[in-house]
Design a protein around this ligand. Sequence first.
Ligand code: UDP
Length: 332
Amino acid sequence: MNKEIKEILKNLGEISENIEGTNVLVTGGAGFLGSWICDVLVEQGAKVICLDNLVSGLRANISHLMNKDNFKFIQHDVTQPIHFNEQIDVVMHLASRASPFEFERYPIQILKANTLGIWVALGIAKKHDARFLYTSTSEIYGCADEIPTTEEYWGNVNPIGPRSCYDEAKRCGESYVIAYKMQHGLDTRIARIFNTYGPRMRAEGVYGRVIPRFIEQALNNDPITIFGDGSQTRSFCYVTDQVEGLVKLAFLDEARGEVVNIGSDKEITILELAKLVRDLTNSSSGMEFLPLPEDDPPRRKPDISKARRILDWEPKVGLEEGLRRMIGWYKG
Ligand code: UDP
């Protein structure tokens, strides 16, 4: 078993017992976070159905699971109805593109995954009386003027800006979840995921998020592209910590009905991040300053006291350690 999956299972502690033997549907299961979740659940003895249309998820992320008896992959677009004969106990809806570069190019697909897609996923949960976890995002807070941001903050979102397909779709997705909870008494949980990074995150030139882009640029000794003056901040959570939080939120009985921020509360500027990546890769890259994208949030940092309290969770892997691991994965 992969060392990092082992680490997650150890940190899950007693919750592991709740996972064994359950039938779990993971939408977007071949994506970055979805595939890590499939790994953990399969290893812990759940029966996993992984649904993915493979337009942004990758077969390579799950190829090592294909021959496992308790793993089934179905290539399917979750915005289209699908019916299961076998019992489903838990639905984890992760399907959606999430990179700001994709917001420009695929806004309709992003809207559909978080409106039509969540409607299909919730319908499955309702039919099977399954528990439902939705992976929402810090983006629902928009350009937050409350930092650190608590779950009580309502958001400051531009409904017609370039990020609106993601921000508003995720807000609509949350609204769907609450509607199914109210009208049908469904057991729901909402995770608001803050910036997360780690192996399997795509760099892929223009479509990548900031960390894979910086690592790739630094390893090639290409200029590191800073948008704006680099004074905007983010708080980066390593994937093993994020996955532990998501699985705890999905499987802890006490988390029923909760909405929880999951991410790191260690804030760093993008310029500092670029320098750190350059140092850790011993790169000779220079810095190239490019225009700041419209509506790029100036600061982002969660208040994670609720996750600490309800899930007994906190991030354990520091940024430097996480970056070292990710750089190691890149180098192969
Ligand atoms: N960013 C940057 N250079 C890049 C890519 C991103 O300076 O090559 C900045 C981006 O403008 C944002 C931050 O890094 O302020 C995080 O970007 P990311 O795409 O990871 O996602 P976001 O947190 O904005 O959703």
